[in-house]
Design a protein around this ligand. Structure first.
Ligand SMILES: Cc1cc2nc3c(=O)[nH]c(=O)nc-3n(C[C@H](O)[C@H](O)[C@H](O)COP(=O)(O)OP(=O)(O)OC[C@H]3O[C@@H](n4cnc5c(N)ncnc54)[C@H](O)[C@@H]3O)c2cc1C
Length: 493
């Protein structure tokens, strides 16, 4: 399954080993269960256990915590191979790896020490981020109230892969009583164990990904130690969303695996049914589309070996959109090639089609993915118009770019000035620094240019009039815009 189609890429030895292990587990232990779970809608528990026993749940856990220490590309190939066998298992596996990636990138180390050995040993992680109609929200409804060394969590997440089955959820919460001019700054990602008192779940009856336990998760007065908050100081949330958005891990990997499987089935069908000639026009573009998607995805995986960057974030958005478009389309064409038999329940290709379609919602639904990609294009132009005049830490520079990619360009002129490169740099100089560190950048973004009580604002274009506090126009009044300020509503990644 899939092996000859992945062989063309120039892999390192350890990546080839992990890919081969994943292909074997996919073929021997995951594929045989896939149809039954698709039909009865039960969770793919045996397949997840097989991933745990083989060590694959630890594919992205660094070796020092007992994992396989695979590269981003090795983990990508593993998710792709598993998704080709079973989209549901692939989706649960992808979110698991994504949780590990976010914590790995954002820290703190204490959280890695606590959970990474458990993930390497077979515990399953999941994402509980989205809330319904988040486009229109000022705040997330799931809240974290401060209670000494703990947070008390209340709320519900209406759509979670592996709902009720995961051992640990990464949950986006709104901190109670923490006012923030930029809504996302008043939020946290926090790890909540499925076994904690007060955690509940329900499931849906979806069209695809039927074995992934698609459902919701509820939190009723759940006591969680504060040490479970993700993201090292001084900018835990910015680090968390930067880590999430600088990644190859996304639901499009499931679409890619499903499309690869459907393509392979269509090639086999055309060849063994004497249809080579008249199917070649339909078949040929499917292969180049799947391989183009793979190449761009593998490129993103290689970029992940470097620091966060505009390039990687934009690539992340583009592969997510492209995979969502190509995955279902390739499966659909493969079904055409295979004739009426492909429409029967017994055909794995119709399952791949439904699973690939299901991968077009998580993280962001398709229209939102298009908006994210377009934001990156506009942001790149706005960013290029403001060259730095001092050295910027790459993380700080990334946040500045993201700010402009998320709508700062649409602010009123005065607020735009406060969010300009010059304003950030003036603020750094007012702090006695001739470089832009992440700390200074986070301080400026968190206060959005608001001066400490009784102190004038940052000098130059960046500062509000002396003695005048308050966020710039549009900031704090706007719907959640990620780390951006004001402007059109866009969730950040
Ligand atoms: C199979 C499946 C698995 C899922 N798994 C998870 C999971 O594990 N964890 C999790 O947290 N969530 C998960 N989700 C939820 C998923 O993230 C949401 O369904 C998705 O973000 C869309 O949100 P919504 O359904 O509330 O639709 P809405 O937000 O109401 O969106 C409706 C339409 O508006 C568009 N839209 C929304 N906001 C914007 C914007 N800012 N710019 C442009 N267009 C926009 C959308 O693209 C869509 O077309 C899953 C969903 C599905 C279907």
């Amino acid at each position: 399954m899939l092996s000859h189609m992945l062989e063309w890429y120039d892999l390192r030895d350890e990546e080839r080993e992990i890919r081969d292990l994943a292909l074997e587990v996919a073929r021997e232990e995951v594929a045989p269960n896939a149809d039954a779970h698709d039909v009865d809608g039960t969770f793919v528990r045996e397949s997840i256990e097989a991933l745990g026993k083989s060590g694959l749940l630890g594919v992205f856990v660094p070796k020092e915590y007992g994992g396989l220490g695979g590269s981003p590309l090795a983990a990508t190939l593993a998710i792709e191979a598993i998704s080709a066998a079973c989209g549901s298992t692939g989706m649960s596996f992808m979110f698991h790896c994504n949780l590990i990636h976010v914590v790995d990138g954002a820290g703190p180390d204490s959280l890695k020490e606590k959970y990474f050995p458990q993930f390497a040993a077979g515990k399953l992680g999941a994402f509980a981020i989205n809330e319904q109609r988040r486009l229109f929200r000022e705040k997330f409804d799931t809240t974290a109230a401060d209670d000494g060394d703990d947070y008390i969590i209340n709320g519900k997440k209406p759509f979670v892969t592996s709902a009720g089955e995961a051992d640990v959820y990464i949950v986006q919460v709104q901190l109670e009583g923490v006012p923030s001019p930029i809504p996302v700054m008043g939020q946290r990602y926090i790890l909540i164990e499925g076994g904690y008192d007060g955690v509940g779940a329900w499931t849906y009856d979806p069209m695809g990904l039927r074995g992934a336990s698609n459902g919701g998760v509820t939190f009723e007065n759940v006591r969680v130690p504060k040490e479970n908050a993700v993201g090292a100081e001084p900018d835990p949330m910015v680090r968390s969303v930067a880590s999430k958005g600088n990644s190859v891990f996304s639901p499009h990997l499931i679409a890619m695996g499903c499309a690869g499987m459907a393509l392979e089935a269509a090639v086999h069908h055309a060849r063994t049914h004497d249809q080579q000639e008249w199917m070649s026009h339909t078949l040929a573009p499917l292969s180049d589309q799947v391989n183009a998607l793979r190449a761009y995805t593998y490129y993103a995986a290689r970029l992940m070996e470097g620091p966060v960057s505009q390039r990687l974030n934009h690539t992340h958005n583009e592969i997510q959109r492209l995979g969502g478009e190509l995955g279902p389309q390739v499966c659909d064409r493969a079904m055409e090639i295979m004739g009426g038999a492909s429409f029967m329940r017994s055909s794995p290709v119709q399952r791949a089609f439904r699973d690939a379609r299901g991968s077009c919602y998580p993280a962001f639904a398709m229209e939102h993915r298009r908006a994210n990609s377009a934001d990156g294009l506009y942001g790149r132009e706005a960013y290029a118009e403001q060259p730095p005049t001092m050295p910027w830490d790459p993380h700080a520079d990334y946040n500045f770019w993201l700010l402009w990619a998320r709508g700062a360009a649409h602010l009123p002129e005065e607020a735009k000035q406060r969010m300009s490169r010059a304003a950030f740099e003036d603020f750094a100089r007012s702090r006695g620094s001739d470089t832009m560190t992440v700390e200074i950048c986070a301080e400026y973004m968190t206060s959005a240019g608001r001066p400490p009580a009784g102190v004038g604002g940052p000098p130059g274009a960046g500062g509000p009039p002396p003695g005048v506090g308050g966020p710039p126009p549009g900031v704090g009044e706007s719907p959640p815009v990620g780390v951006g300020a004001g402007g059109p509503p866009r969730e950040t990644e």
